[in-house]
Design a protein around this ligand. Structure first.
Ligand code: PLP
Length: 464
């Protein structure tokens, strides 16, 4: 019988967590089960996901920032269907593919910043790996600097630039380099002064914890790198494609001169993995320095006309729907609403972000009774309090959110940029209700939290 997707899904309806646990990652499936995130979503469109019971969920996670234009955008979908209908060739490899060239031209036009050539790959980590190699070749140096809390992917090169020990442990030794405090230009200068640094990699708004670079920092960091013969590499894998209210987060600051800009995630509408390394002519000339060396760096899926089609269609949607401006406007509404609430709720700390990349910190409350609850939860795990927020948001309000990083009392909101005012207000209302419940101790919200903690501890003890 020919492959039948619908029949396959029907046959296995409701079995997603069980099958994932059996064949892919049992511990991840268990972790999802503990917090009630082990649901089978059966449909996604725009900013919404539906489960098998037809319940609609608001997706404030967007596949970790992949679906800026929402899921199944009709314009990108039509472009991909046209591609299939025309039976266009992709990955011929020994050719110069037109759609790939057009994708590079359109991307350059939106990024600007004096970057001349584009290398295409598949993932954010691959873009970082590529830039590490290119920086080494261009400078003849080996050390790469990264920031505290940085995240650039989990392949071994990118892992050397990871600012959290939890990801690195047991995978070393990694590439040589050093970590500097994010936003501290003087600390960066001290490291660069050693004279052996190939590049400094930095996210303009850090994904882990949503820390926005202080005003002027990126410009100064680029200047210092150049003064000391190092390259300045900006990772816009998560912040790019309108997320922070401009096409790039770098565009918020005048006069920054990057040697490479790295993009991925939202670049192709979430249909096909694509990443891009935009580079100066100098970097290009160092790496691809002769005809012989014109293939010295490549990857099989890098010259995909299909991915380029998704990318071109996605860029047109971002322009036509004014999604960067929309992110700025709705991000402002979201942060204003959250800040207004923080007066009322003792657990709420700083609300920060840029555009639709927003974080809410939770802090030790003032009153004695709530402080006891806070202490109890934090003694078990620093991010457990966040689960007390994300779980009822999903369970009771059908809103998908995430903890901002390991061991952080912070939640992060990165919805599709196509959300509307109504979605923002729905979120604010739901978040307010969850906060109200958590400010009642003892109360049902705390009981369910301690039940989860007990379950987690007992399954951890059994190693299952
Ligand atoms: N760089 C940044 C800033 C990211 O946020 C991520 C992923 O979250 C990556 C790189 C790695 O991307 P990928 O998971 O596609 O390898």
């Amino acid at each position: 019988m020919p492959f039948d997707l619908r029949a396959l899904l029907d046959e296995h309806a409701g079995q997603c967590a069980a099958l994932y646990g059996t064949h892919v990652n049992p511990r991840f499936a268990r972790a999802m089960g503990l917090i009630g995130f082990d649901r089978c979503y059966v449909r996604g469109r725009g900013q919404y996901l539906w489960d098998a019971d037809g319940r609609r969920h608001l997706d404030m996670l967007a596949g970790y920032g992949v679906f800026n234009i929402g899921r199944h955008h009709p314009v990108v979908r039509k472009a991909l269907e046209d591609f299939m209908d025309m039976e266009l060739p992709s990955l011929v490899q020994l050719d110069t593919p037109l759609l790939v060239a057009l994708a590079a031209r359109e991307l350059k036009a939106r990024v600007g910043l004096g970057l001349d050539y584009v290398y295409f790959g598949s993932t954010g980590a691959e873009a970082n790996e590529t830039a590490i190699k290119f920086a080494r070749r261009t400078t003849g140096r080996t050390r790469i600097l990264h920031a505290e809390s940085a995240f650039h992917g989990l392949t071994t090169g990118a892992l050397a630039l990871n600012g959290s020990e939890v990801f690195r442990e047991g995978f070393g030794p990694l590439l040589p380099g050093a970590r500097v405090p994010f936003g501290d230009a003087e600390a960066l200068r001290r490291e660069l002064a050693a004279g052996d640094v190939a590049a400094f990699f930095v996210e303009p708004v850090q994904g882990k914890g949503v820390h926005v670079a202080p005003e002027g920092y990126l410009r100064e960091a680029a200047r210092l790198c150049h003064e000391h013969g190092a390259l300045f590499v900006v990772d816009e894998v998560q912040t790019g494609v309108g997320r922070t209210g401009r096409f790039l987060a770098l565009h918020h600051e005048e006069g920054v001169e990057p040697d490479m800009v790295l993009m991925s995630k939202a670049l192709s509408g979430g249909f096909i993995p694509v990443s891009a390394v935009l580079m100066t002519r100098r970097v290009y000339d160092s790496v691809f320095s002769s005809l012989d060396r014109s293939v010295v760096h490549s990857s099989t899926f890098g010259k995909s006309n299909l991915a380029a089609t998704a990318l071109l269609a996605t860029l047109s949607v971002v322009d036509d729907e004014g999604l960067a401006e929309r992110a700025a406007r709705l991000g402002g509404r979201l942060m204003d609403g959250l800040r207004a609430m923080s007066e009322r709720f003792e657990f709420m700390g700083e609300v920060r972000g840029r555009g639709l990349m927003v974080a809410v910190d939770f802090v030790r409350p003032r009153s004695m009774k709530l402080r006891t609850a806070w202490k109890m939860v934090n003694a078990l795990s620093p991010d457990l309090f966040c689960q007390a927020v994300t779980m009822p948001l999903l369970e009771r309000h059908g809103i998908l959110t995430q903890v901002a990083g390991h061991g952080m009392a912070t939640i992060k909101l990165i919805p599709p940029l196509v959300i509307d005012e109504g979605d923002v207000d729905t979120f604010l209302g739901a978040f307010g209700e969850v906060m109200e419940d958590l400010h009642r101790f003892p109360g049902p919200a705390w009981e369910s939290l301690s039940r989860i903690a007990r379950n987690a501890l007992s399954s951890g003890a059994k190693g299952s």
